[in-house]
Design a binder for this molecule. Structure first.
Ligand SMILES: [Zn+2]
Length: 289
């Protein structure tokens, strides 16, 4: 398995993008449940519950343990390393079974291998959809999964619903010798990253990138160029990464959204986002103008 602290040569290989899982995982849907012993992706909130072995943490393997909560049904999500792979959501109010170790998927300093991190992220995204699609958002009727899909059809009004994915634009703004970085209050102390935000109604990605920079920092940009994208399954974002050049405007921080925003010299950067994120990928590849 590969380390999340690796240097990534392409955004395609960033954690959470499905190419990280290709060698190990074949996606499937619950109606393709193959039966028999298999691997378990146990989620508790945004923690992945793993089993500690002498050579590190691994997905629990076997039949469903009688020690696990009965309340929650399991979902077949595909084949992991040639065995059935099932997702089970562990209720937060139920103590952990012996031998299970919680690993936070959102931890900036995670040491989970990319493959387990990406599988946990995928499971988080699937579970978010499952728990938010029990009833039809149009009429409140019960929903049934479509064959070989995660999409569902309402049994009452026949409306069809598919998993929701939310596009975001994330941009590195540069001017000679400096980059514009921002920080949010909930990030680890001293860490900065790129300007980012969700796409609004009626916007393309490029328009969202330019608007978010203007709204959060007061800065105008030009020469916006697309770099690549990353699935960000916490719970449903798709991050589209850009670089842009400073074109004017004084820095005015929107403290409703941000704890800080500053121009940093490329020779005196603050603590950076983790290597597993597209923000760090862009910084590693496009820091210098
Ligand atoms: Zn309905």
């Amino acid at each position: 398995m590969s380390s999340t602290d690796a240097y990534f040569s392409s955004p395609l290989h960033l954690p959470f993008n499905s190419s990280c899982l290709q060698k190990h995982f074949q996606p499937g849907t619950p109606d393709q449940e193959p039966g028999g012993a298999g691997y378990w992706v146990l989620l508790r909130g945004s923690e992945l519950l793993l089993q500690q072995h002498a050579d590190g943490v691994q997905l629990p393997y076997g039949m469903r343990s009688p020690d696990w909560p009965l309340l929650v049904g399991e979902l077949s999500i595909g084949i992991w390393q040639d065995a059935p792979c099932r997702l089970l959501n562990w209720p937060e109010n139920i103590p952990l079974a012996e031998g299970l170790v919680p690993c936070q998927l959102r931890d900036w300093g995670t040491s989970l291998p990319i493959e387990l991190l990406s599988l946990g992220g995928l499971a988080n995204q699937i579970w978010h959809w499952e728990s938010n699609s029990r009833f039809c958002s149009r009429c409140g009727g019960p929903m049934l999964r479509l064959p070989r899909e995660w999409g569902k059809r309402c049994e009452a009004c026949a409306a069809v619903h598919f998993p929701h994915i939310h596009p975001c634009a994330i941009t590195l703004v540069r001017r000679p010798g400096e980059v514009l970085l921002t920080r949010k209050a909930e990030w680890p102390d001293g860490h900065y990253s790129l300007v980012a935000g969700f796409v609004n109604f009626g916007e393309c990605l490029e328009e969202a990138a330019v608007r978010e920079i203007a709204e959060e920092t007061g800065v105008r940009v030009n020469n916006l160029r697309y770099v690549g994208s990353q699935c960000w399954p916490f719970p449903t974002q798709l991050m589209a990464g850009f670089i842009a050049d400073y074109a004017g405007g004084e820095l005015v921080v929107d403290y409703g959204e941000l704890a800080d925003a500053r121009w940093f010299s490329v020779d005196a950067l603050p603590l950076m986002p983790p290597r597993r994120s597209i923000s760090r990928y862009i910084l590693d590849h496009y820091l210098h103008m």
